[in-house]
Design a protein around this ligand. Sequence first.
Ligand code: UDP
Length: 324
Amino acid sequence: MKTIFVTGGAGYIGSICVEQLLNEGYEVAVFDNLSEGHRKAVDPRAEFFQGNLLDRTVLRHAMGEVKPDAVMHFAANALVGESMQNPSKYFRNNVANGINLLDVAVENGVQKFVFSSTCATFGVPERVPIDESLPQNPINPYGESKLLFEKILRWYDECHGLKYVALRYFNAAGATGKFGEDHVIETHLIPNVLKVALGQRESVDILGTDYPTPDGTCIRDYIHVLDLAQAHILALKSETSERYNLGTGGGTSVKEVIAACREITGKDIPALEKPRRVGDPPRLIAASEKIRAGLGWQPKFQDIRAIVESAWAWHVKNPGGYGN
Ligand code: UDP
């Protein structure tokens, strides 16, 4: 595996995986339509193709030129709320357009496909930590679109021999020195809290304080993007097709995240207690045993403060995100 074709390489997680692949000596081509991503988030060492997965001709041209050994597929729409308003967008972009990518990958003799899946494929889990044997019952079109694509991958392996690794992300967070999180619509907790610390917002909302958790707020498994990137690089080396849950196995509540942000930034960060957001499960924590054993993956960041620290450093350096 030497040359990697990365869709969505201008997005938050994709851009950091591209940077790490390049640091480890891989050749990287990024394919991104820049609908959510940023041209400045594409590492200058990577080749860049601006294109839409909808367009097989453009995709064929790009992949024919690159002749990759592997594809990493980050490009997707990933807003739960939007998926409830506009399921068509999610099934078209995350499923139908992904099939174009699979077909062109098969045509080009690609050997390995690494797919960005999500813990949202599990819906409201019957227990935590969530291991790979739990049933997947998504509760929104976003989660369903990712689950459908996992199922499609299985058949491309059986029918075409395309090996795949599906990584079900828990809550990606943090930044590197160069690349960080800048979404057009920001719904994620940590960047929203840090925007208050930067003085760009007056307060952050705590969305629900009556959950069955010790402090009443939701618990999530925050994983540093660098640890996430490492899992992708290890996945390239795996010979069998697998699906892994990708989180640290630890949980942090919304109030604990805000406390960590106050500590790291030294700012007050006013927080307002608000009603629950629809569709938020109280607790999402990964069982990470399978990926640790299967890929030899080990997270370097286990402390929420270290994750917040890296995100804060990036936001301080780039207060306007990539717009600056
Ligand atoms: N959350 C919050 N305020 C915000 C954004 C998120 O209280 O401004 C909560 C949200 O309800 C969830 C947790 O923080 O319980 C993590 O949300 P996020 O959107 O970051 O990730 P998700 O787990 O939904 O993928």
